[in-house]
Design a protein around this ligand. Structure first.
Ligand SMILES: [Fe+2]
Length: 404
């Protein structure tokens, strides 16, 4: 029905005086009340109060908008009692908004194509649903784009965090942190061009520290035990100060702590800024660190309580012994092989003392001399007592080297 006809029909149906019903008037919202959701609007020379009209407001669901002061709207009146209500919002500034978007970097006022939806607040909180299926959510400095075409989710923010069960506010843990290092209570600095003070950590003034941190604690019987704590990049403590290597005292590029089932007992791997790598295992790590190369050759290298290298042809180091085993031949090559042991055994179950060569040579020389110089008073008679037969000295035997 034409509007005039509809109004006259309503007038007849409700038997309301004709001055209570009118065509909609344009108005400007001059103030709002967030508690009562009422607005004051000016229309013509007068100001009036009316409940806010939301785009949709159901008993348990809604699309609510609090209009800004200065918003232009249409005020209509209900047929039954003549109460005013906002029947529509309209803007006469659309063209100038496009200009501002270009000239004043109000970039969030974008031109829309058919079927597109854009929601925005003055602080550049923005949700844009594109015609082609891309969703863009912006919160000031940060944004999330769900690219329909590219098959990519692109999140942009100085710091990205994901918190899970166990995470507590104002505390690092049970979360993933990626990007600029931020810590509760750390040094407060400003982003360039931003007025907001944040708990940013700087590597040196004006350079932000960056990290990739992953932390999970157990929710099991021993609640709170660290399952894993990994930090890489600029490595910082929870307090916001650099974490140094326990081995070298230098700044770290990476550290991973794996918790055992005992609180405080951990395995730690570190890489420092000089490239040093260290691995530290707790006393409970009976098997230690193992490196295996499978297939022909079958090399297995174990650093444990008893160090084992290449299990087939093994070197086993314990705190008191070195056990060297070969499947065929053991060869030591070098300018000098010096065994400084108090006892050296050559061959299994070696028990016989080795002969000292120089002592043997001395005694053999004495024996040869004696053989050449002794005489017999008659054929078949024993040798004269002088010179006496040289006796082999007991010192000829080694007390260090035993042979089989
Ligand atoms: Fe003789």
């Amino acid at each position: 029905l034409p509007i005039g006809k509809e109004i006259s029909n309503q007038q007849r149906a409700n038997n309301i005086p004709s001055d209570m019903i009118s065509r909609a008037n344009s108005a400007v919202i001059s103030s709002i009340n967030g508690q009562t959701e009422e607005i004051i609007y000016r229309s013509g020379g007068t100001g009036s109060v009316t409940p806010l009209t939301h785009p949709y407001l159901g008993p348990n669901s809604w699309i609510r908008v609090m209009p800004e002061r200065g918003t232009k709207c249409m005020i209509s009146r209900r047929a039954e009692d003549g109460e005013p209500y906002i029947s529509a919002y309209f803007s006469e500034a659309t063209a100038s908004n496009y200009t501002k978007a270009t000239d004043e970097s109000r970039f969030y006022y974008k031109s829309l194509r058919e079927g597109e939806i854009d929601l925005a607040t003055p602080g550049i909180a923005n949700v844009f649903l594109s015609r082609r299926g891309t969703v863009e959510i912006r919160g000031g400095l940060t944004s999330l784009k769900l690219h329909s075409d590219g098959g990519e989710i692109q999140a942009r923010s100085p710091t990205h965090t994901r918190q899970v069960l166990g995470n507590k506010r104002q505390k690092v843990g049970d979360e993933e942190r990626f990007g600029v290092v931020q810590r509760p209570g750390a040094l407060n600095v400003k982003f360039p061009g931003q007025s907001t003070i944040r708990n940013i950590v700087e590597t040196i003034p004006t350079f932000f520290a960056k990290e990739y941190l992953r932390h999970l604690s157990s929710d099991g019987p021993i609640a709170g035990v660290t399952l894993v704590d990994h930090r890489e990049g600029d490595v910082y403590q929870d307090s916001g100060i650099p974490l140094l290597s326990a081995t070298t005292g230098r700044k770290l590029r990476s550290i991973t702590k794996y918790g055992t089932e005992v609180p405080g007992i951990i395995t730690t791997t570190e890489v420092d800024v000089d490239g040093n790598i260290s691995v530290s295992l707790p006393a409970s790590a009976i098997q230690g660190l193992q490196v295996s190369v499978n297939g022909p050759g079958n090399v297995k290298f174990t650093v444990g309580k008893d160090f084992v290298a290449n299990v087939l042809k093994s070197i086993i180091l314990t705190s008191t012994t070195i056990d060297l085993k070969a499947s065929a031949t053991t060869t030591a090559t070098g300018p000098l092989l010096h065994a400084k042991n108090a006892l050296i055994q050559l061959g299994s179950n070696a028990s016989s003392p080795a002969i000292k060569g120089d002592a043997l040579m001395t005694w053999l020389g004495l024996l040869v001399t004696w053989l050449g110089t002794h005489s017999h008073p008659s054929s078949g008679a024993p040798p004269l007592p002088a010179p006496p037969i040289p006796v082999p000295p007991a010192t000829m035997l080694s007390s260090v080297v035993l042979i089989k």
